[in-house]
Structures are given as C-alpha cells and as structure tokens.
Design a protein around this ligand. Structure first.
Ligand code: NDP
Length: 246
C-alpha cells in the first residue's frame, strides 16, 4: 500500500514551482491533493489533470493567500470535496528584494500577509479537520537563518517568523498527535529563483554543492514529513540548501 493512501493533502501555491512538485509527489504516494493558486489558472488546471492520471482525486482552488478568508474557504472546500484533510502544506510565498530604505509599509503588509498570516490562517482553519497523524508542513527559507545578500529584510523576517510559528503550533498540537514542521529550502530552480537568473552565480558561490536544487528535492523531504515514518518529528526545521548556510 502507498504511504499516503486514503489521505487528503492541501498544498497552497501549488500551480508552479516547489508547490506543484510537492502536489505531484504526494499524489504519487497515494494522497488526494488540492492545490491553491493566485493567478495561474491554466497551469493549475493542467496539474490537476496530470495528478488525476495517477488515480487520485484532485482539485484546484483560486485563493489569494493575502486574504485569510479565501484561505479558510480553500481549506473548507478541500475537506468538503476530497473527504477531509490530513496534510496541509503551507507553501505559497512571495519574495521581493530591495534596499530597506526603499521598502514601504505596503511591502511589509503584503509579504507578512502572504508569507506569515496565511500560514496561520490555513493552519487554524485546518484544525477542525486534522486528526491524530495529521501533518502541517510550512515552507520557509534558508534565509530565515542566514542572510548573505542585501535587500532581503522583509523576506528573511517573514521566513524566520515561521520558525516560531512552527514550534508554537507543534507544542499545542502534539497532544492531539499532529506534527508541525518547517522545511527551509535554499536556491531552488523555479520562476521565483531561476538557476540562470542574474543572482544565480552569487548563490552558487555560497553553496557546498555549487548547484541549484530542484523542486523535486524539496518534494522528497516534504513527502517524508507527510508520511508515517516521520511520526516522531515535530517542531523541527529542515534546511535543504546544497550547503548554502554551513
Ligand atoms: P514560485 O514563484 O515559482 O511559485 C509560487 C507559487 O505560489 C505559485 O504557485 C503561485 O501561484 C503561488 N502564489 C504566489 N502568491 C500567491 C498568493 N498570494 N496566493 C496564492 N498563491 C500564491 O515560487 P517557488 O516555487 O520558488 O517557492 C515556493 C515556496 O518556497 C515559497 O514559500 C518560497 O518563499 C519558498 N522558497 C523558494 C526558494 C527558491 O529558491 N525557489 C528558496 C527558499 C524558499 P500563481 O501561479 O497563481 O501565481
């Protein structure tokens, strides 16, 4: 039997990049998978079709993570249409780099809404559905712990906030047998951070492995954390960055 057979997962920001790889990986492990997206309706629809080929159920939900009510509705719709919720992957995130002197309160509000508040809103909305064995997995960043480039004040702040949020929720939910963990990717080749982008060589110069990771690298770790073998792992943060932060 597959690791995640009869489980249901929701992956926020699943239309592209790391979220799409996670959604496909969880489906390959047997889970029914819902994804949210903001703008990429065509990509989300195509991914749902691809996932359905694996013999599981899948839906795509347009839900802007900046809107906590939309996030809650996405959680409720997932549970209603896919028969419950066992695994929540809070993946949707945005990055905007500029000098702190140029950052605005609007920048602060947007990045905290998408990268922090939505993680709380989604997790909170999931609680009535999550049972013993439930999983919450938050996608942070290696920049939560180390900031080697200028311009990342708000992004680093938003991802380091997830460390405390993850640990706090792990404490509260442990007694229910629900685990909460964070995954902190380093440079991963996606639209957000292309391996041929203008800052890619600098990022490679920081790594022990000298190469960008793939979205599948992150999906593999998330799959472990979503599955039964990680039952004793909670409140933890996993840096997966090719050795960027060492
Ligand atoms: P991409 O920009 O490639 O993809 C982002 C995904 O999130 C898309 O599916 C997008 O949907 C969705 N999304 C963005 N904003 C919103 C929103 N407001 N509401 C709902 N969905 C939204 O990013 P990555 O795949 O690279 O990143 C995924 C996560 O990994 C993020 O949290 C990011 O911070 C983190 N990360 C990435 C790293 C990297 O090097 N790539 C490194 C460290 C962390 P749509 O297509 O509809 O816009």
């Amino acid at each position: 039997m597959k690791n995640l057979a009869n489980k249901t997962a929701l992956v926020t920001g699943g239309s592209r990049g790391i979220g799409a790889a996670i959604a496909k990986r969880l489906a390959r492990e047997g889970a029914n998978v819902a994804i949210t997206y903001q703008a990429s309706a065509e990509k989300a629809t195509a991914l749902v079709k691809e996932i359905e080929q694996l013999g599981v159920k899948s839906i795509a939900i347009q839900a802007d993570s900046a809107d906590p009510l939309a996030v809650k509705k996405a959680v409720d719709q997932t549970a209603r249409e896919l028969g419950g919720l066992d695994i929540l992957v809070n993946n949707a995130g945005i990055a905007a780099y500029k000098d702190v002197s140029e950052m605005t309160i609007e920048d602060f509000d947007l990045i905290t809404a998408v990268n922090i508040r939505a993680v709380f809103a989604g997790s909170h909305a999931a609680l009535p559905y999550l049972k013993k064995g439930g999983r919450i997995i938050n996608i942070g960043s290696c920049q939560a712990e180390r900031m080697p480039t200028p311009g990342g004040t708000l992004y680093a702040m938003s991802k380091s906030a997830l460390i405390g949020l993850t640990k706090g929720m792990a404490r509260d939910l442990g007694k229910k047998g629900i685990t909460v963990n964070a995954v902190h990717p380093g440079p991963i080749d996606t639209d957000m951070n292309p391996a041929n982008g203008p800052h890619a060589d600098f990022q490679r110069s920081l790594m022990a492995l000298s190469a960008f990771g793939t979205a599948d690298d992150i999906a593999g770790l998330v799959s472990y954390l979503a599955g039964p073998e990680s039952g004793y792992v909670t409140g933890a943060g996993f840096v997966i960055d090719g050795g960027t932060n060492i």
